[in-house]
Design a protein around this ligand. Structure first.
Ligand code: SF4
Length: 400
């Protein structure tokens, strides 16, 4: 086979990553302001009609409830755990991306599925629901900085190069990626995984002596491979900014796992100093998400998906103390739902996921008003061909 080299992409930082710091603060008052005030931070969110800009939280709440009762059972609102309180309270069901994708695949009645999450989740919901169901993302600018680090064309070029060097690779993508990357995985014998089943996905291929090219989160990829006994020197990082990913053909042939150089700007804020402080000052148990660095994961007592974190902390003994390494809205919610425990975020600076944060309640009201008026605003639709192969990759995940 002819080996055509991979041309590096231009060095650029996703705008979602740049915006991450806009809503970080030292006090822990996470209450939403009016959309107009939030726009003042200079963020690049989707434009909405002026009337939504100045609405008070009380007016928005009243109107959302009114629209929910008008639309009734034709509407189903999915809310990701990292959503702000003022949005998640309207969700018919809440979950992490895995649970919500299952919910979407089981929902047969609702005509309108409003996804209060980020773009790749709405795409996944569209793939898993029927053609007459319409999936709506309240703010089209709600992407994911990690998913933005793996543009589909770059992944396609990288895959073409790697599979021409060694035909033993299988592509696996984290749920946090575009539908086009999911489709590439479906078409090439691979699958989609989430943080709750990445170990099963890796095992499925490693057991049959396959090599894995994992997109786009290097940390989840590395943590999963190490937990399955792969040595660190058998895991290589594909740097999309370098010619041929910065790897020689020998390195690609000898590696067992290649990980795309992407990361989550929320979970990479956690570090070992924070863990040591939580252990020394409060004798806390530490639980973190596998999107954290391996250093953080290795120094923690428990590691797992968002649903796992909720389960472990909720079912722990009264009086227990937890330092948590995941998104702040979830940590705050866990703390308020478990007043008998001391629950805190490892990072003293309060930093919500900037892209989830783009679902301001005014956007939710805007799309509900649209449905009420017979307009589908912000429908997320995956084209037919991409949908077919992505569905294959998602079905392989659901079979795990
Ligand atoms: S928490 Fe990280 S991975 Fe999840 S949506 Fe936000 S930026 Fe993306």
């Amino acid at each position: 086979m002819n080996i055509k080299s991979y041309q590096p992409r231009k060095l650029s930082i996703p705008v979602t990553e740049l915006e991450q710091a806009s809503f970080c603060q030292l006090d822990d008052n996470l209450r939403s302001k009016t959309l107009e005030e939030e726009f003042k931070s200079g963020v690049k969110w989707q434009k909405v009609p002026n009337r939504y800009l100045k609405m008070s939280p009380e007016e928005i709440d009243f109107e959302i409830n009114r629209m929910k009762s008008i639309i009734g059972s034709k509407l189903y609102i999915l809310g990701h755990h990292y959503q702000r309180e003022e949005v998640i309270k309207f969700a018919d069901t809440t979950g992490d991306s895995f649970k919500l994708s299952l919910e979407a695949s089981r929902e047969k009645e609702a005509q309108f599925i409003v996804f209060c999450g980020v773009h790749f989740m709405a795409e996944t919901a569209d793939i898993l629901t029927s053609k007459d169901q319409k999936v709506i993302l309240p703010n089209m600018a709600a992407g994911c900085s990690m998913a933005d680090m793996a543009p589909s064309e770059d992944v396609e070029d990288a895959w073409e190069f790697v599979s021409s060097v060694s035909d033993n690779y299988v592509p696996i993508t984290y749920m946090n990626s575009t539908a086009a990357i999911k489709s590439l995985c479906g078409e090439n014998g691979g699958l989609v995984c989430t943080s709750s089943n990445a170990d099963k996905a890796f095992t499925k291929y490693l057991e049959s002596d396959k090599k894995i090219f994992f997109f786009p989160d290097q940390h989840l990829g590395r943590n999963t491979a190490l937990s399955l006994g792969i040595n660190l020197d058998e895991i290589k990082v594909w740097n999309p900014f370098k010619l041929n990913g910065g790897l020689s053909e020998i390195e690609i042939k000898s590696a067992k796992v290649l990980v795309w150089q992407g990361h989550c700007s929320v979970h990479t804020r956690f570090n070992v100093d924070q863990i040591e402080m939580a252990k020394n000052d409060k004798n806390a148990k530490i639980i973190v998400h596998p999107e954290c660095t391996n250093e953080v994961v290795s120094n923690s007592d428990y590691v797992g998906s968002t649903e796992y974190i909720i389960d472990v902390v909720t079912n722990s003994k009264s009086g227990s103390v937890w330092g948590i390494g995941t998104e702040i809205n979830l940590v705050k919610r866990l703390a308020s739902e478990n007043p008998d425990k001391d629950i805190f975020c490892l990072d003293p600076i309060v930093c919500p996921c900037a892209t989830m944060y783009r679902i301001h309640p005014a956007y939710l009201l805007w799309v509900l008003d649209g449905i009420g008026a017979g307009l589908v605003i912000n429908q997320v639709e995956v084209d037919f061909e991409t949908r077919i192969n992505s569905k294959v990759a998602l079905d392989r995940m659901l079979e795990l």
